[in-house]
Design a protein around this ligand. Structure first.
Ligand SMILES: [Zn+2]
Length: 92
């Protein structure tokens, strides 16, 4: 996991699209966790939206689900085509 941490960050950032800020943090339980934030919301009101999920495959999908929900709710028209395709295939 440690060796692939930055690679996972890059992959998640690429999938989440240009508005997302993706970090893999070490949580309080010393497990890795995805932290996905919204750069547009930070820029607009200084208070960012973010979500935090364990850095597992399930955690990744949960974080991306939350992110897509946020995009749909606040930033309709901002697209993250790779992510939408991934979510569709995950729910298929
Ligand atoms: Zn936002």
């Amino acid at each position: 996991m440690v060796a692939s941490r930055s690679a996972r960050e890059r992959k998640a950032a690429a999938e989440a699209g240009p508005l997302a800020t993706v970090k893999i943090d070490v949580g309080a339980d010393s497990q890795f966790a995805y932290k996905i934030g919204c750069s547009a919301c930070v820029a607009k009101c200084g208070r960012g939206w973010s979500t935090y999920r364990p850095a597992t495959d399930n955690g990744y999908m949960a974080a991306m689900d939350r992110w897509i929900f946020h995009l749909n709710e606040k930033h309709l028209g901002v697209d993250a085509p790779r992510l939408r395709a991934r979510i569709r295939s995950a729910h298929a």
